[in-house]
Design a protein around this ligand. Structure first.
Ligand code: MN3
Length: 249
């Protein structure tokens, strides 16, 4: 699939999510992207996948993508909106998700954990979807490649270190390639639950979800196999764009 086809497939997936069917009449258990029982009406909404549910096969199966996007990610968005519909949450409704996560210490204690978990879940998954898919380049290029080499030694060394970090997370969490604006350096880090590097002042560039819901249907308890297979669908083009954006200032 070339890039144009991939984009077309993404548009079809978005349309299919609305009509409950995929492609030419093949009906899957499609759940509408905005849960109908979400009473809050925003401010956040579930972004459609930028490709079809089966676009990441065989690395990530379509059934996992349906559950992960339509149920898990949708749930984070709904619960975040609910929290922001309370009196304590209202002042934060106009913030973008990144600003909200950087401002958690100002969020009232009564909803702070809910906003942390579900706001983090929304931001993390939005980045996760866009970190994968068909890429116009098959490895890092330009300043990103230079920075990976100078920080980690080589692309292979980076992938090994990142994979080891992801494998070593106890329980549910994320592995990240982040950019630290304070030091202007790349770093590999992990976060528990749905915490985001944004909460520590860093900019997440690439994230790997190692919650069991991300891989258990296909890989069962073999997280290492999931991680190895995930590298195949990493979208280096979108990573390059995020690195460019992060290093602008
Ligand atoms: Mn997840």
């Amino acid at each position: 699939m070339n890039r144009r086809d991939a984009l077309k497939a993404g548009t079809m997936a978005a349309a299919a999510a609305l009509t409950g069917s995929i492609g030419s009449g093949l009906h899957l258990r499609a759940t509408p992207p905005s849960p109908p029982d979400d009473p809050s009406g925003g401010p956040f909404s579930l972004p459609p996948l930028p490709y079809s549910y089966s676009a990441l096969e065989p690395s990530i199966d379509a059934e996992t993508m349906h559950l992960h996007h339509d149920a898990h990610h949708a749930g984070y968005v709904a619960k975040l909106n609910e929290a922001l519909a309370t009196d304590g949450g209202k002042p934060f409704r106009s913030m973008g998700i990144e600003e909200l996560l950087r401002s958690l210490d100002r969020v009232p204690e009564s909803i702070r954990t809910t906003v942390r978990n579900n706001g983090g879940g929304h931001a993390n998954h939005t980045l996760f979807w866009s970190s994968m898919g068909i890429s116009s380049i098959s490895e890092p290029m330009g300043p990103l490649a230079t920075s990976i080499d100078s920080t980690f030694g080589s692309l292979e060394a980076f992938k090994e270190k990142f994979s080891a970090a992801a494998l070593g997370i106890f329980g549910s969490g994320w592995a990240w390639l982040s950019f630290d604006p304070a030091t202007k350096r790349l770093l590999i880090e992990t976060t528990p639950n749905q915490d985001s590097p944004l909460m520590s002042g860093r900019i997440p560039l690439l994230g790997l979800d190692v919650w069991e819901h991300a891989y258990y249907l296909k890989y069962h308890n073999k997280r290492a196999d999931y991680i190895k297979s995930w590298w195949v669908v990493v979208n280096w083009h979108s990573l390059r764009e995020r690195y460019r954006e992060a290093t602008k200032s």
